[in-house]
Design a binder for this molecule. Structure first.
Ligand code: FES
Length: 154
């Protein structure tokens, strides 16, 4: 048994300590917004926040989340998080998603990136590309991702 703090609430999950956070979220808690892509920390589809930092949940064991706050795309985009809500709105405005599979991970990386910026800082295209470079989109929606992140930063 492990206790995870997910989206502001404690959850007891019946998983081994070395179970990836991804599977605790999806299988034990039913939070399927977080996606499985490569399972090897390479694609970013499984990105969630751990104490506000974007992490790969497919290679992060439940034991590493002990005493920390996990935030998933469900909470980041439910309107209660100002930056997450701005990113979500920009995603819709710019019609970013094509197949959509990587988008929750993209949104989580973008949200953590924007929160890491000093107040009032408008990131350059190069800074956005660098921040988002670990999230792969096989549909190639990178131009729309860049535009949406820039818009959400305003
Ligand atoms: Fe975790 Fe690809 S599924 S990085």
């Amino acid at each position: 048994m492990s206790t995870l703090n997910v989206n502001g609430r404690p959850h007891t999950v019946d998983v081994e300590p070395d179970t990836p956070v991804l599977w605790a979220l999806r299988d034990a808690l039913g939070l399927t917004g977080t996606k499985f892509g490569c399972g090897a920390g390479l694609c970013g589809a499984c990105t969630v926040h751990l104490d506000g930092q974007a992490i790969r949940s497919c290679i992060t064991p439940v034991s590493a989340a002990d005493g920390k706050r996990i935030t998933t795309v469900e909470a980041a985009t439910d309107g209660g998080d100002k930056v997450g809500a701005a990113v979500h709105a920009a995603w819709v405005k710019h019609d970013v998603a094509q197949c959509g599979y990587c988008q929750s991970g993209q949104i989580m990386t973008a949200t953590a990136f924007l929160k890491s910026l000093p107040p009032g800082k408008q990131p350059s295209a190069a800074e956005i590309d660098a921040a988002m470079s670990g999230n792969i989109c096989r549909c190639g929606t990178y131009a729309r991702i860049r535009a949406a992140v820039a818009d959400a930063a305003k």
